[in-house]
Design a protein around this ligand. Sequence first.
Ligand code: SF4
Length: 428
Amino acid sequence: MNFERIKEKLNILADAAKYDVSCSSSGSKRANKNKGLGDSSGMGICHSYTEDGRCVSLLKILLTNHCIFDCAYCVTRKSNDIKRAAFKVQEVVDLTIAFYRRNYIEGLFLSSGIFKDADTTMERLVQVAKKLREEENFNGYIHLKSIPGASDELMREAGLYADRLSVNIEIPSEKGLKLLAPDKKREDFIKPMEKVKNEIIQYKAEKKLIKSTPIYAPAGQSTQMIIGASGETDAEIMYTSAYYYKQFNMKRVYYSGYIPISYDTRLPSIGTEVPMLRENRLYQTDWLLRFYGFDIRELLNKEYPNLDSDIDPKLSWALRNLHHFPIDINKADKVMLARIPGVGMKSVYKIIQARRFRKLNWEHLKAIGIAMNRSKYFMVCDSNQFERKDRTAAQIKSLILQHSNSKYQKTYNQQLNLFSSIETPIAV
Ligand code: SF4
């Protein structure tokens, strides 16, 4: 093996893979079998993050950064003048095993540029996973990217070896896709997603009847959208996301703030800040939809197409719906408790549990761990101490922001300062 060349390839192809954030490894239950190598069951997989917050916990590489497509937002696009490289199938297998044995990684995240066509590329990715499982007896985590346009047969095979499959939508709207990635068609993403969804359902059903049926993609499928490259509103992004969750049983949709990498008039110019705060607000919204029982129309709609930068989406919703508050902690049902800003789902369950035995007061709630600085304006409990409940939304917001220590405070303070000369201060 030419180690210098492998090292060079690794540098190029790991660097090219860092823009893909959809590498969470949660959700797999593949246990060690046949005295093999690795075990991705439970929470055996550690995560680490690069400076810009991107997850690199797995061996995260591209098979190649050669690509026949020219997606404007992608560093790997064919018109970009960069160093190119390609791993052989066996090289990726050897690297994975070598890194695993040295305890550097817990699994593999493998993506690729499209060299030649979708099927040829997908076939190589599947070969890597197949060799790891069948020849190396590797039971660690494998996340394979599905190549848009890959055939049903290859998608079926991929799910038999990989824990998770993902195909990236990248651009949230069709008009954005046409503008920035004219070679790609929406159907090219939809088809593999549909296939994966159906295979998961089918294999699960068969497993109920025949125990020896293998598990197909046990960690399900995920996708990623690039944020801030193509001018969509937050509403457009989150409605797209809600559609993919529902339609394809997505485990996760990832939101990746666009990192300006090219001089292209269709894109934000180089030097434009990566929209990390926006990315964070989208994740919070995603969380509210999946775990807090919110409907997307409550959080984003025609009148309210973008999320607030200075407050989180649940607080923003509460301030626009003060008629629902204050909520009585000792009486409200789970759904309404979960709507109180500063009260997370864990706290909701603790509250329900604790109030079986006594009426809860401020001290109990503090001990449960709810964020009193936000929640106190929206609830009542069994305490003489109480917050005035006749404040306006603007007053509550101002009070909360005065005491906020969000890590994003500096970002939105800077943004708010731009408007300070035209805003009337709120009297409290
Ligand atoms: S097909 Fe994928 S790798 Fe190729 S340019 Fe488009 S986004 Fe980049």
